[in-house]
Design a protein around this ligand. Structure first.
Ligand code: SAM
Length: 275
């Protein structure tokens, strides 16, 4: 079977099973089976798959049809223009989280010391360390997540120190910028999530307590303890969490503002620590 046929058949199988973006998915799986870039598929449509490539491609298609996320099969996801390793131990970085980076670059461009709480794959800490030319500390409670973050930091040459602890419990240094994309799904919504998320992504990365704001109740006071005066806290929020999270910012915060994502949902809250 040649690449053109493999791509067409793979796309058709995925489409008939209702898999989102069947053609892009088939391309990504075929590239992964061949260990080649996407351009190779189109430069060499007559290339005959070897038996090993064909077996790998078939297995990947089967896994995707079973609901395994594409990124768990390819073990990678792009975030803010860089490729990050992912595994079932970390949340797959989402494009919405790039709004946190954008807000940081716009409002805290001078930050030299950054703290990322709930680091996961390290996508935020690594990106901010590189984009701001800063030093970042990043915490996660999951040892396995930190192992992935450590490989991502090393791979991109980012100055990131990774610390396993409960939020900022082990941190006493001062920072110019604190960011966090904590777990924020209300408990009752977990069962209603897409199966790719519910069955394959770590619940530790998703569940944010009864109403989804448990983590913010701790993050805001921790930021008050750890931010330099004039420093910024920038957090990603769930689509229903905005009023409750905004209410956590007391009089020692100024310029609180909400940023909306491309779908129009409140996505990021930023505020400046002015005690
Ligand atoms: C929503 S994911 C965010 C990952 C990454 N920052 C991103 O934006 O894709 C939340 C992360 O918080 C971690 N986490 C959960 N509870 C925690 C806690 N008490 N202290 C530190 N990290 C925690 C999870 O292991 C998970 O990696």
């Amino acid at each position: 079977m040649n690449l053109r046929t493999a791509l067409r058949q793979g796309s058709e199988i995925l489409a008939s099973a209702g898999t989102p973006e069947p053609k892009l998915t088939a391309e990504a799986l075929l590239c992964h089976a061949l260990r080649r870039e996407r351009s190779f598929l189109y430069a060499h449509p007559e290339h005959e798959l070897t038996l090993v490539e064909w077996i790998h491609y078939g297995r990947y298609l089967h896994e995707r049809l079973q609901g395994r996320p594409l990124q768990h099969i390819t073990r990678k996801q792009e975030f803010y223009g860089r490729e990050f390793e992912v595994s079932p131990a970390v949340l797959i970085p989402r494009p919405e989280t790039e709004h946190v980076v954008e807000q940081a670059l716009r409002h805290a461009a001078g930050a030299r010391r950054v703290l990322d709480l709930c680091a996961g794959s390290g996508n935020l800490a690594v990106t901010l360390a590189l984009e701001l030319n800063a030093w970042a500390a990043a915490t996660d409670i999951s040892f396995d997540a930190l192992a992935v973050a450590r490989r991502n930091a090393r791979r991109h040459g980012a100055r990131v120190e990774l610390i396993q602890c409960d939020l900022a419990e082990a941190i006493s240094a001062r920072f110019d910028l604190v960011v966090s994309n904590p777990p924020y799904i209300p408990l009752h919504e977990i069962a209603t999530l897409q199966r790719e998320v519910r069955d394959h992504e770590p619940h530790l990365a998703l569940a944010g307590g009864e109403t989804g704001i448990d983590y913010y109740r701790r993050i805001v006071p921790e930021a008050e303890r750890l931010l330099e005066p004039g420093g910024w806290l920038i957090v990603e929020i769930g689509y229903q969490g905005e009023p409750a999270v905004r209410a956590l910012f007391g009089s020692c915060w100024s310029e609180p503002a909400t940023e909306y994502d491309l779908a129009g949902w409140p996505r990021v809250i930023r505020a400046r620590f002015t005690p």
